[in-house]
Design a protein around this ligand. Structure first.
Ligand code: TEU
Length: 572
């Protein structure tokens, strides 16, 4: 994007809503959400005011990883619908001014994808080199596998295939073999597939683990990690690898250059990039480099994992959370671009994680968190159900979970001697299934999600927390999300203003200013259950400011004491 050839892109002031189709709405009663369900609820998204929908994968898939294991990039999984319905969704979303962003999963395919079926069939198959095949390690130590790498879903990242006696690489489940991007034929096939979807009318891509496509290769060999690395070296050897920037620049040239969507815009590119620093973020998102429009940082969602990783729970003091996000604001300023998110299909519900989901504080903490996040600079994302304050579910045991990451972790940890109850404590807090319980549309037994049996039980709190109950309630979480989205569209300071964190060490207040073109927004939220006087704490608020957004019913003076989880945006 250059300032001269294109105007300010929509996503500078835009909001993207993530739909996880399996859990959004079921239109045919089989208990699984589908494209018909998305079409049926476009009114909800239009009223929320979002600019785009990111659709988690709907492609043909054995669903080992719920669609992130794709067996045909050109077909829709039957439980989700078909290509005609996909076309209808694109058309009807466009008619409402809503873009459709497809999930692009090309670090790996399903093991059922014809490419892999061919690749595994013999060592001299023309597609053999489309994946990472290696002979067992000579001498078998320290591992029989070719490298020490551990998969993100527990266990080694290599599986031995009996057909040829060689191992293949999978950073995720064994049913998700990694594509070999070193092979130009693989990249060309990916590019062609992306152009096919753009031709069909989609408006961009969210690119799954796109920073994992380049593995570190030395003299043709993949390398072990340092002996003490808990992940066996996956992160150091296969994330943000040496060729990833070349691959992305090539993709931009091959797929996006000269392309315009139905909105007359360049398709948007959003990279999912775990374990990425601000320095990496600058490389990926500096428009002069021609790689991605924005990436998802993981730093603020990795804070509650300790040295032992994601399941090693540790508390997150407010100063760590706000300074982590502020570092990205400052680091990318004027060069790159942020994505702002609290939740997605891989993360627990934010109101349970960084807010307070007790009946007393749920609405206030959900709206306070929305206010602070959306008032940062970047493209804001809302994950389905977040806009009504959906919380984590009360899981009773491991049998309740459907997500392979949760189930595998439980069995591996218990086999290694952990106390099952302790493992459940972490799973209740962090399992991805927290995000995947069906959207609560109303108070009926299956929450209006399905007329059948839901594939994952609805959260029992749906009797109180649901869309219907909030639809016309100005004090609801939903009404607040509509206001936040509208403010981002209407107030240029939100999109363009610079960012200054105030009181970085304050343990209750999250405060910052945004400044642009002679105007200032001062944002302050009390992230605690007890009142705080923001002026006494040092937040520069004055009575002549105008409160442009709050979660206190619109009546508080700019300088008033903030009640539990009260949030306020003041314009001067
Ligand atoms: O996730 C990538 C990722 O690294 C993590 O978020 C992962 O889901 C896990 O929680 C690590 O502990 C993406 C997708 O968003 C996820 O749903 C897929 O399972 C994964 O890639 C593989 O495609």
């Amino acid at each position: 994007m250059s300032e001269t050839s294109e105007q300010v892109p929509w996503w500078h002031s835009g909001v993207v809503y993530q739909v996880y189709p399996r859990s959004f709405a079921d239109s045919d009663g089989d208990g699984v959400g589908d494209l018909g369900g998305v079409i049926d609820h476009l009114d909800h998204l239009e009223r929320l005011g979002v600019d785009a929908v990111w659709l988690s994968p709907v492609y043909a898939s054995p669903m080992v990883d719920m669609g992130y294991d794709i067996s045909d990039y050109h077909a829709i999984a039957p439980e989700f619908g078909d290509l005609d319905q996909m076309d209808r969704l694109i058309e009807q979303a466009h008619a409402r001014g809503i873009r459709i962003v497809m999930d692009l999963v090309v670090n790996h395919t399903s093991d059922q994808h014809p490419w892999f079926v061919e690749s595994r069939s013999s060592t001299d198959n023309p597609k053999r080199d489309w994946y990472w095949w290696r002979r067992p390690r000579e001498g078998g130590a320290p591992t029989p596998e070719p490298t020490t790498w551990q998969s993100f879903f527990s266990g080694p990242a290599w599986t031995l295939d009996d057909t040829t006696g060689e191992y293949y690489l999978h950073l995720f489940a064994p049913e998700q073999p990694d594509l070999n991007w070193e092979n130009p034929e693989v990249r060309a096939a990916v590019h062609a597939m992306m152009r096919w979807w753009l031709d069909r009318g989609v408006d961009g891509f969210r690119m799954d683990v796109i920073n994992m496509v380049s593995k570190r290769v030395v003299d043709g060999a993949l390398q072990d990690g340092p002996p003490d690395a808990l992940d066996g070296g996956v992160a150091s050897q296969s994330l943000n690898g040496p060729k990833v920037h070349d691959y992305l620049a090539e993709m931009r040239r091959e797929v996006f250059e000269g392309r315009l969507t139905a909105f007359g815009e360049t398709p948007v590119t959003i990279g999912e990039t775990p374990v990425t620093t601000v320095a990496d973020g600058l490389l990926y998102t500096d428009p002069r480099r021609g790689e991605l429009d924005m990436i998802f940082t993981f730093e603020h969602v990795d804070l509650d994992g300790g040295p032992g990783g994601k399941w090693d729970l540790q508390p997150v003091p407010l100063p760590r959370l706000k300074t982590t996000l502020a570092a990205w604001q400052e680091g990318l300023e004027g060069v790159g671009w942020n994505s702002l998110y609290w939740s997605n299909h891989d993360q627990p519900r934010v109101v349970s994680r960084y807010g307070d989901d007790s009946p007393e504080h749920r609405v206030a903490s959900a709206t306070a968190l929305a206010t602070v996040l959306h008032l940062h600079r970047g493209t804001a994302f809302v994950y389905q159900g977040e806009e009504i304050g959906m919380a984590n579910s009360p899981w009773s045991g491991v049998d309740d979970f459907r997500d392979l990451e949760s189930v595998n972790h439980f069995h591996q940890a218990v086999a290694a001697g952990a106390d099952p109850e302790q493992v459940m404590v972490a799973l209740r807090r962090k399992s991805r299934d927290n995000a995947r319980t069906p959207v609560a549309w109303d108070a009926s037994p299956h929450a209006g999600f399905t007329t059948g049996e839901p594939w994952l039980p609805v959260n029992p709190d749906h009797r109180e927390v649901n869309v219907a109950a909030q639809e016309d309630d100005p004090a609801s979480v939903l009404a607040h999300y509509r206001r936040v989205v509208a403010l981002r569209h209407e107030e240029p300071v939100v999109a363009h203003g610079d960012f200054t964190l105030l009181l970085p060490d304050h343990e209750q207040l999250w405060a910052f200013t945004r400044h642009h073109d002679g105007r200032t927004l001062t944002v302050v939220a009390n992230c605690s259950g007890s009142p705080v006087d923001p002026v006494a704490a040092g937040v520069p608020l004055a009575d002549d400011g105008e409160v442009v957004l709050d979660n206190e019913g619109g009546s508080a003076a700019p300088t008033a004491v903030l009640g539990p989880w009260a949030a306020r945006v003041v314009r001067t």
